[in-house]
Write a protein that binds this ligand. Structure first.
Ligand code: PMP
Length: 364
């Protein structure tokens, strides 16, 4: 079957078809150079040009001020779980972490190796059994903590901050893996933002870090390996060693696609439209429901449950036959999940809703 499906994967996730086609066209002979970017030396002016343009376009998309460094790093977001405390925290110091679901717990476990971690619960089950954010006015943070780390969007359960935290007077650090580039961000509120590429940026294996440069001199890096020091990676222009060059090139193509399609502001509008359509449908249904309370719902990862969970397997199977793929919820949470990142079209969401209606009719 040669049909390209609507891909609802949480990550690695859908990449815009136009970008894949461009990558395909450029694969054997990039820019008349006679080889692909995969085969291009990273110390060549040509690759430096790709890197510079990729950075410039990301700066344009997110309006990143000059006082911030943009780093394209190896590895997943999970590497940043360690790198953040390795750079920011001395062993006797404290940092605040919001405990959400799986990803923030993984993150907290790593941070605890490097300093004192003050935990604040960020997510809870309400009286109706729905997941919700703990309101900020109920948080108790250590105001002397070096920073507050939070996961802006919990990919697995589909809970997302609706606004930046604003009561903590110290530095904000955020894992924005699953909502970077989906909405405008006020970068200046943050000390550091990181995001693995495989949702809204490009293929896996590369992570974007946006960090306030003036913090570098306060970092505790004496015992940190150079490749894990932000100032070192920055000083080397994201190339302390061979960078994930193909991933950087690919991200660059996605950034150009975003700019051609109205940038982050336009994506945000479309993302809200897609999410509202899906949540509205689920809310009026007696067959499906959302496990997340209104006001805490993610517009990137829409968790959906069927009242009768025995239909799940059949749903996933028939969805697949209808070219709607990767709708299975994370193994720790179950149910269904539609990840509707930037590359998912409104058409894709409408197709999913049509399929859900039809499935309900067929089994009831
Ligand atoms: N944080 C969040 C919010 C995520 O969704 C993920 C991956 N899905 C990660 C961290 C971990 O990313 P990686 O696999 O790139 O380490």
């Amino acid at each position: 079957d040669m049909t390209r499906a609507f891909n609802f994967s949480a990550g690695p996730a859908a990449i815009p078809t136009e970008v894949l086609e461009r990558a395909q066209k450029e694969l054997l002979n990039w820019n008349g150079y006679g080889c692909s970017v995969m085969e291009l030396g990273h110390r060549t002016p040509d690759f430096q040009g790709i890197l510079d343009k990729t950075e410039a376009n990301l700066r344009k998309l997110l309006k990143i001020p000059d006082t911030y460094k943009v780093l394209f790093m190896h590895g997943g977001a999970s590497h940043q779980f360690s790198m953040v405390p390795m750079n920011f925290l001395a062993p006797e110091e404290t940092a605040n972490y919001l405990e959400m679901d799986h990803w923030s717990r993984m993150c907290i476990k790593e941070a605890q190796r490097f300093g004192n971690i003050h935990l604040q619960q960020g997510i809870r089950t309400n009286s109706e059994g729905l997941m919700e954010l703990v309101p900020e006015n109920e948080w108790q943070l250590d105001e002397k903590g070096k920073y507050l780390h939070f996961t802006s969007n919990e990919t697995i359960v589909g809970v997302q901050f609706q606004e930046d935290p604003h009561t903590f007077s110290g530095k904000l650090v955020s894992d924005m893996c699953s909502d970077i580039l989906s909405r405008p961000i006020d970068i200046e509120k943050y000390a550091l933002i990181y995001a693995g590429a495989q949702k809204n940026i490009g293929p896996s294996g590369m992570t974007v870090v946006i960090v306030r440069e003036d913090l570098f001199e306060s970092f505790h890096t004496e015992r940190v390996p150079s490749l894990f020091q932000y100032p070192y990676v920055s000083e080397k222009g994201s190339m302390p060693n061979t960078p994930p060059s193909f991933g950087i090139y690919f991200a660059g193509m996605v950034f150009e696609w975003l700019l051609e399609n109205g940038g982050v502001e336009q994506m945000y509008k479309r993302n809200l439209e897609k999410a509202h359509l899906l949540y509205d449908y689920v809310d009026q249904s007696n067959f499906y429901h959302s496990p997340v309370a209104k006001g805490s719902r993610s517009f990137m990862n829409v968790a959906i449950q069927m009242k009768d969970r025995t239909h799940e397997e059949r749903f996933l199977h028939e969805a697949r036959e209808n070219h709607l793929i990767a709708l299975k919820g994370h193994k720790t949470f179950g149910g269904l999940r539609a990840s509707i990142y930037n590359a998912m079209s409104l058409d894709g969401v409408k197709s999913l809703i049509r399929f859900m209606e039809q499935f309900e009719r067929n089994v009831t």
